[in-house]
Write a new protein. Sequence first.
Length: 424
Amino acid sequence: MYILRITVKYRKIGKKIIITKSANIRAGGSLNTHDGVNQTGVRAHNGKLILTLLRRHGSLPKSEIARRSGLTPQTVSVIMRSLEKDGLLLRGSPQRGKVGQPSIPMSLNPKGAFSIGLKVGRRSAELVLVDFLGQKLQKLSLTYNYPLPVNLLNFTRNGIETLTNELSPSQKLRIAGIGVATPFELWNWAEKIDAPEAEMKHWRDFNFYTELSALVDYPVFVQNDATAACGAELIFGRGSELSDFVYLFIGTFIGGGVVLNHSVYSGRTGNAGAFGPMPVLNHNNTTATLIDFASIFTLETRLKEINLALPTVGSPAGEWLALGEPLESWIDEASTHLANAIVASCALIDFEAAVIDGAFPDKIREMVVSSIRIKITNMDTRGINSPKILEGSVGEDARALGAASQSLLSKFLLNQSVLFKPVS
């Protein structure tokens, strides 16, 4: 492997000290004193850095990119010309200042790249096509009583053809890949979702990455569904304003994620922030789990007992509000346990905020967040800094959009933490 090694030198010339920083650079990695890469890898890293800055800030002139990235203006100009030639950047209108030449803001070209995201849920699946900015272009949905691998593969294969039908041949070549957001160990939840155990056992030996890779010509990325939703919130939502937050997504089952230093922390096995199994006390002081109280599945079960049906995916807020007391009771109980989980998390890690989202309309999310705020206000939080309780901004498509973001991140972008260094 070729290594680019830069030597540190300190020279004093008069009253000035000239410093050359020392670093090795590893391909696809960050600058540090132990890693290394060849020159092509350095150029690719710098290109991703520029694209990531534009992804975050919307548009910037070359001079501002140079200032924020630490790259020389000449290096920035060379890289941006290449990115523009590749169709990844768009030129804005010249902005004339008080002195000098007008600056030209550059931004990401929405049509510069595309990605596909698949969310595998316990009651439904969604397939989305997004552009380079993460904007949802098309969406397909499939509902079921329980998920089966073969059905989902067929849905994905046929859905990709439908989603990409309106793209030109050249645009299809710009599809970066397909990301899959799926719960871990689906076979372990057969009883919870009233699914045949024998059918759900098919998931035990099913490798979604391998099977899907054999069907499509794109790179495939597989991630835990709640972690993917957390990533969508980081990239497309609250991540622009928060450095550390705990994320909770209320789907059929409750799940979540952890953001530390502007990056999703997925943990040793990729399942960090799996709040569902978190122990909580039942009504009779026996141990239960957060899944049993803060999941839409719980509401669905209670509605069935009184011959009411849970609104279908994508139903308007009015259909949810029409549920009346059962909905209000579920929100009250769920928010109690969510408040406890948030406070417990903040006792371990000093999170700035807790972000709540879910597979329901925005109005229901607002009610859940409002109730959690009240519950935490009435709790004993001495010894910890109470976090801000915020609504997620991505919504019920967070898992699918998070899945779609994986190929864009892999091919074009860097870990967001590189953007939060002091700017001179």
